[in-house]
Write a protein that binds this ligand. Sequence first.
Ligand code: SAH
Length: 242
Amino acid sequence: MGLNNIRIVLIGTTHPGNIGAVARAMKNMCLHQLYLVQPKEFPCAEATARASGADDLLYNAKVCSSLDEALDGCHLVVGASARLRRVEWPQFAPRECATQLLSEAQQGAVALVFGRESSGLSNAEMDRCQYLVNIPANEEYSSLNLSMAVQVLAYELRMTSLEGTSLKAKSDRMVATADEMEGFIRHLEQTMRDIQFSDPRQSTKLLRRLRRLFNRAQPDSDELNILRGILSAAQGCGHQNK
Ligand code: SAH
């Protein structure tokens, strides 16, 4: 049941052959939900050939025009990155990533996001991920082929799901979805501007740190609504003071 709630999201894939190889890797490991954000070329005969029998996944793949669309309704979003970023993002090792995704997947949709072959994930895309996962490869040659990276992380998910008869949701509490969190962050950003707490041109780093804080806290929808109520009240005061 858990594996069915896990989306594999590929952003801006350039080589259709990689999309096919990802479908094959996924089906081998019993994953079925493939989301493609602005693929360069899809559908494509090369993708179908490389899928070699996993073309049902390609047929059912959801092609999305934005990452937001692919993450709609997701409670946990993890981004796979070949590089360890300067901004210290909360990180999972592959096995831990599998445990967390499967555990959240007991409650609803979760996503594992992969970047472009050439440049990986942008900072803005990383911002949408609560955690990063890194496959600890050769430090001097750490970037795996996209489908190989999917294979490694999908294998960990499969192993954890086979072992994990005792896996259960961490709590009965329903963590807010990624889009609810995004709505809150935008509201926070706007409020910080309205009350002249920060100069928007300099607030990127600050906002990133605040994202980390709220992602770590894993608030539910009600808690986010309380925080948004406070923000609205602060915005009201800000307007009165002007
Ligand atoms: N040149 C890019 C890497 C692209 S590889 C870069 O330096 O960022 C395509 C995608 O495969 C990456 O965006 C990432 O999602 C995944 N990937 C490749 N190697 C990985 C690794 N060691 N750990 C985690 N994900 C990896």
